[in-house]
Design a protein around this ligand. Structure first.
Ligand SMILES: *Cc1c(COP(=O)(O)O)cnc(C)c1O
Length: 237
């Protein structure tokens, strides 16, 4: 089913790009494999998928240390709230940390990347939906974090864009509001820091990716619609 699901979603993405009058291939698909096995990931790779997302570092490290043995070029993005003591493993296994939500985290990412001489992309996560707790709450603090990057404080960090999670609701307007907020904040901050290239907007999940594409998403993070339902007891993680 993974192969069929991937084909269906990619077709949907193409359709939505057209509907929104966006360039072909302007939306990338991140396959969120949390709670699914390394063999599911490999099945997706064999179906042409090259970018994955995981939200828990320990689980991701077990899985992707295995996957990377056979497929070293497969990209992993960390998308979940990151504790300081997990940063070392996070930067080892991933190419991008999408869930930067505090300045202290940038300090630790820089420190751990410097140790292994690796440069890594980061997105700044903005809190826009009521239900999720993650992301910068305060736009000024987020701006402060971007400013430190622009001032050259973090030579191993490549600030590349923004991420948000819309509220989990049937209310399309509430979802749209969350995405337009991220887009507006991104445009403002990009204008303030023209030396940076903050073009990525990671927004949209299985239930709301069509809305996200309409609102300008460049990366949709899709789990359930590719891999099926996660273990019910774990869906909150
Ligand atoms: C789990 C998760 C997703 C994917 O959610 P689905 O509804 O399964 O598509 C996307 N983004 C984040 C941050 C997640 O934790």
């Amino acid at each position: 089913m993974i192969k069929e699901n991937l084909i269906a979603i990619k077709n949907d993405i193409i359709l939505e790009e057209k509907k929104a009058k966006r360039q072909p291939n302007s939306v990338k698909l991140l396959a969120v494999s949390k709670f699914h096995s390394a063999s599911d990931v490999i099945e997706a790779i064999k179906s042409g998928q090259t970018m994955f997302g995981e939200n828990r570092v320990q689980e991701a490290a077990l899985k992707f240390d295995e996957v990377h043995k056979s497929y070293p070029d497969v990209e992993l993005h960390i998308i979940g709230t990151l504790q300081r003591n997990k940063v070392k493993d996070a930067v080892r296994i991933s190419s991008c940390i999408e869930s930067v939500d505090r300045i202290e985290l940038l300090d630790e990412i820089e420190k751990q990347c410097a140790k292994i001489d690796k440069r890594i992309k980061v997105f700044f996560e903005l809190h826009t939906g009521e239900e999720s707790k993650s992301g910068f709450e305060n736009i000024d603090t987020l701006k402060e974090a971007v400013k430190l990057c622009a001032n050259g404080m973090y030579p191993h960090i490549i600030p590349s864009g923004f991420m948000t999670m819309a509220p989990f609701t049937e209310d399309t307007n509430a979802i749209k509001k969350s995405f337009t907020t991220l887009k507006m904040v991104a445009q403002k901050i990009q204008a303030d820091f023209p030396t940076l290239t903050l073009t990525e907007l990671s927004m949209g999940m299985s239930n709301d990716y069509k809305i996200a594409i309409e609102e300008g998403s460049t990366i949709v993070r899709i789990g359930t619609a590719i891999f099926g339902k996660r273990d019910a007891q774990n869906t909150k993680l």
